[in-house]
Design a protein around this ligand. Structure first.
Ligand code: NOJ
Length: 561
């Protein structure tokens, strides 16, 4: 098998709870995914990442695992999962599972034992500390709000970077690490393509600085300060790789906001992972402290700068994972486009901007048909614990409930977790149940797979063409290996870049605005149009005329500067 087989892959991310329900209980399941494999094969993807399907009380929709070895009943059976791996394989699709090893569920048997008996060996699988002055050990605030410590006895607290039902594991304990490696190898031996690895930069904790300066109205400080990318993490990550992924030649994509100086270790030639997700332009709309209710005033120039910077820094070191959406983000159309400008052109322009970059693209379910954010009626409609927390924090900071609802909703993770829109039938073809676990977006009669398959100019067919382009004989190597080179443009609202390899050069141009513009094209070279989302390309002398939100890709056939 080729060593870096994942470089030319296109990945599709599936949120099983919302993809396809096969047994009419309103919740998506593994059999449902199997039924949609032909669709995914036709789309042209090579790898399918499925969010966690392990046994879980579902406090955080499966990111709270109570048994790493078995499938949760709501998703089906262990045999269903084996069948999914086999059926996907027959279609040339490899499965990536989610690996959640920063924490377990508080209902995992290890934690139950640890809680019950502080003297048990399992107590050392987690992080317990003594409280201070009648309160928690320090002022760390969890990702989902409130103290990152939960009381577990008289003056005994345990650490949870996420919800209190997600206690953090103690990676300092070699016995725990062995348990984790055994579990990972169990799954890899089943023939998985690899893993998407959750919250992995948090596994090393630093308790030297106990209490930090508060960074919020609650007097607390973001837990990341004490647990993200702490010195010594590299020892755990090398061991993890050597004992598991490396011998299997797995694809690994880490959810890790890595500081530039550490990037080499993460994604360099002998890095810990195949690639990492970078947050620099996904989180452009919120402050680093993660408060959704304090949206930033980002501009197109910020987006361009962050995107280019991320491309340039990543290519200096290794390989990157590209994404516009995932299950933790709102829909990209609502994030990256002005409200009145969401249409066929702007949607396909975003698709092109993203799909021609250097790295492995991850397409999130529904992104390929242009799904958008949902308008909920009240806070009761939300399921996501983070949305509820952000709403509360906004209210606590003095905002009106209407404003807090609007701002928490705009960024809510439930925007991307609504059921997949397959058709204009009941529940968008997702489920035959009376109601679904999360509301279906009301726009499904217009935005759905069935109608887009019939329309040659649909967003879905545009995505298909982009995927094919990355795989086609002619452009494959340029779009895989080609260096990313920013293209200077006079009009700053055009985002253009080249992909340059020994085999040729592609120029990708995106007129990121709702008005016509133009760009000078070097007259001495000769360029072939690969595509425009408007169909024909317009030129005037040595200028290209770009219509509102036009995306244009050109192939240099001779002497281009
Ligand atoms: C990141 C996952 O993507 C998110 O959905 C989850 O809530 C946290 N990690 C905790 O596991």
């Amino acid at each position: 098998m080729e060593k870096k087989w994942w470089k030319n892959a296109v990945v599709y991310q599936c949120y099983p709870k919302s993809f396809q329900d096969s047994n009419e209980d309103g919740i998506g399941d593994i059999q449902g995914i199997i039924e949609r494999l032909d669709y995914l094969q036709d789309l042209g993807i090579d790898v399918l990442w499925i969010c966690p399907v392990y046994q879980s009380p579902m406090d955080d929709n499966g990111y709270d695992i109570s048994d790493y070895y078995h499938v949760d009943e709501s998703f089906g059976t262990d045999e269903d999962l084996d069948r999914l791996i086999g059926e996907a394989g027959k279609r040339g699709i490899r499965i990536l599972m989610d690996l959640v090893v920063n924490h377990t569920s508080d209902e995992h048997v290890w934690f139950r034992e640890a809680l019950q008996d502080p003297g048990s060996e399992y107590a050392d699988y987690y992080i317990f500390k003594e409280g201070v002055d009648g309160g928690p050990p320090n002022n760390w605030r969890s990702h989902f709000g409130g103290s990152a410590w939960e009381k577990a006895g008289d003056n005994r607290y345990y650490l949870h970077a996420f919800s209190k039902k997600q206690p953090d594991l103690n990676w300092e304990n070699p016995k725990l690490r062995e348990e984790i490696y055994k579990m990972i190898n169990y799954w890899l031996d089943k023939g998985l393509g690899g893993f998407r690895i959750d919250a992995i930069s948090n596994i090393k904790k630093n308790f030297q600085a106990v209490t930090f300066e508060p960074d919020g109205e609650d007097g607390m400080c973001f837990v990341g300060k004490g647990i993200a990318n702490q010195a010594g993490i590299e020892v755990f990550l090398s061991e993890l790789k050597e004992r598991t992924f490396q011998p299997h030649n797995s694809m690994t994509v880490a959810e890790a906001n890595v500081p530039e100086e550490l990037l080499d270790h993460f994604i360099g030639e002998n890095g810990f992972f195949s690639m990492v997700f970078d947050f620099s332009y996904a989180d452009i709309d919120i402050p680093q402290t993660g408060e959704w209710y304090k949206p930033t005033n980002w501009t197109l120039q910020d987006l361009k700068r962050n995107m280019f910077h991320s491309q340039l820094e990543t290519q200096k070191r290794g390989w990157g994972a590209l994404y516009l959406e995932n299950h933790d983000q709102p829909r990209s159309l609502n994030k990256y486009l002005p409200e009145g400008d969401i249409n066929q052109y702007s949607t396909t322009m975003l698709a092109s901007l993203f799909m021609l970059l250097r790295g492995t693209p991850f397409i999130y379910q529904g992104q390929e048909i242009g799904m958008s954010n949902i308008l909920m009626d009240s806070m009761d409609d939300y399921n996501d614990p983070a949305t509820k927390d952000q709403y509360q924090r906004a209210v606590n900071s003095g905002m009106s409930s209407e404003q807090a609802f609007e701002l928490a909703g705009r960024r809510s993770r439930d925007n991307s977790r609504t059921p997949m829109q397959w058709s204009d039938e009941k529940n968008a073809g997702f489920s035959g149940a009376e109601s679904t676990w999360l509301k279906v977006n009301k726009n499904y009669p217009e935005i759905n797979v069935a109608s887009e398959l019939k329309n040659e100019d649909s967003v879905l067919n545009f995505y298909k063409k982009l995927i094919q382009l990355r795989k086609s004989g002619k452009y494959k190597n340029i779009l895989t290996e080609g260096t990313f080179v920013p293209e200077e443009t006079e009009d700053q609202n055009i985002i253009a870049y080249r992909r340059v390899s020994a085999e040729g050069e592609i120029l990708a141009i995106h007129n990121y605005q709702n008005k016509e513009s133009k760009m000078v094209l070097d007259g001495s070279g000769s360029w072939d149009k690969i595509f425009s989302n408007y169909g024909e390309m317009r030129t005037e002398g040595n200028h290209i005329i770009l219509r509102a939100y036009e995306a244009l890709a050109l192939h240099c056939t001779d002497n281009c500067k």
